[in-house]
Design a protein around this ligand. Structure first.
Ligand SMILES: Nc1ncnc2c1ncn2[C@@H]1O[C@H](COP(=O)(O)OP(=O)(O)O)[C@@H](O)[C@H]1O
Ligand SMILES: [Mg+2]
Length: 339
């Protein structure tokens, strides 16, 4: 049994971090142009940790893994983006630098554990996602990141930028507020998008979908009919139709094609109400929304005198489509810039 620990690095850990970085990068095949990791010293690493932090992994007490953090700041200060003409969406990223596993400790899950911790740090710092640069000549490294949900965001010579959005979570005090979340979501979605709503019966999936339908200005009431599995709501304003699928009742669908809808989903915004466990295979790009009923005291002050029965909404962007979407700025209740 091995004892694997990942801790947030302190400046005093710099000698261990630099040892791991040198061992890991020194063992890579020679690259042209070579990376700059071998130029790190205890002093440069200490300065980096002091400013942005990092991670140190230990296996049986021995330094085994290292990551240095950095943070990007939006070019336009704190102004939320209005649309996607800004390719970066004004997003703030936690940058991972010098991701290293000591060759002596490879294949023990050190990198995976560190990446999980880095994503937790990113969520704690309320950034929009995690970003790093990998080398195109190292396909196994690229595969490692893709396998963990990182998508390619750009290339510059041999450098590949990889990004992963971090989930956005907030409390929704009342049903009215849940509708409002759906209405704001209408400003974010585009034709071809798939939104998966997960949560137990009564969690608020249909309520959110009603708000989305109102925001998209579609015809027909969004309901949870007993026998209808899916329904197409045409737009009244020449926008995309809303396809509302209640797979909760089916116990899930293997593929959306099985629904045999009389239209192409490329032109519609599709919402699938789901139960527990999200469908990995349903689509490469999807917005997963997990609704949970919070127990205990109300998580906020009701906005309209309705008695609060709060839900938690956790939004998990999956795939390329959502890399630039300004989800936190557009969807959370304190969002100034609802689209
Ligand atoms: N904070 C809240 N968010 C969403 N729904 C709420 C909330 N508080 C109370 N409700 C009520 O809970 C019920 C949710 O039902 P519904 O949206 O049909 O759930 P689901 O589709 O997940 O089964 C509605 O009657 C709604 O009015
Ligand atoms: Mg429902």
């Amino acid at each position: 049994m091995i004892d694997l620990h990942v801790v947030e690095a302190k400046p005093a850990d710099a000698p261990y971090l630099v040892e791991v970085i040198h061992a890991a990068f020194g063992a890579r095949p020679p690259l042209d142009p070579p990376g700059t990791a071998m130029q790190e010293t205890a002093a440069t690493v200490e300065a980096a940790v002091r400013e942005y932090g990092g991670l140190l992994a230990r296996v049986d007490g021995e330094p085994a893994g290292a990551i240095l953090f950095s943070e990007s700041t939006p070019i336009s200060g704190s102004t939320p983006p209005r649309d996607d003409s800004d390719p970066d969406g004004g997003a703030r990223w936690l940058e991972l630098r010098r991701v290293s596993v000591h060759p002596r400790f490879q294949h023990r899950g050190v990198a995976t554990a560190m990446v999980g911790c880095a994503e937790e740090v990113a969520e704690g710092r309320s950034v929009d996602g995690v970003r790093l640069v990998a080398r195109a000549e190292l396909p196994a490294t690229l595969a490692f990141w893709r396998h963990r949900g990182y998508v390619e965001a750009g290339r510059s010579g041999p450098n590949v930028a990889l990004v992963k959005r971090i989930p956005v979570e907030f409390a929704v005090p009342t049903a009215t507020d849940m509708r409002a979340v759906g209405e704001r979501l209408a400003g974010v979605v585009r034709p071809g998008d798939l939104v998966l709503l997960a949560g137990e019966l009564g969690a608020g999936k249909t309520t959110l979908t009603q708000g989305l339908g109102a925001g998209l200005a579609v015809r027909g009431e969004v309901t949870s009919p007993t026998f209808v599995i899916s329904r197409v709501h045409p737009s009244t304003v020449s926008g995309p139709p809303l396809v509302h699928v209640d797979a909760y009742r089916l116990g899930g669908v293997a593929e959306l094609d099985d629904l045999d809808l009389d239209m192409s989903l490329d032109e519609a915004v599709t919402v699938v109400e789901w139960g527990e466990g999200l469908a990995e295979g349903l689509a490469e790009d999807r917005l997963e929304v997990v609704l949970t009923r919070s127990t205990g005291a109300a998580a906020g002050v009701p906005s309209d005198g309705e008695s609060a029965d709060p839900r938690w909404v956790r939004i998990i962007p999956v795939g390329r489509r959502w890399v630039d979407a300004p989800l936190r700025a557009s969807l959370s209740p304190d969002a100034g810039g609802a689209a």
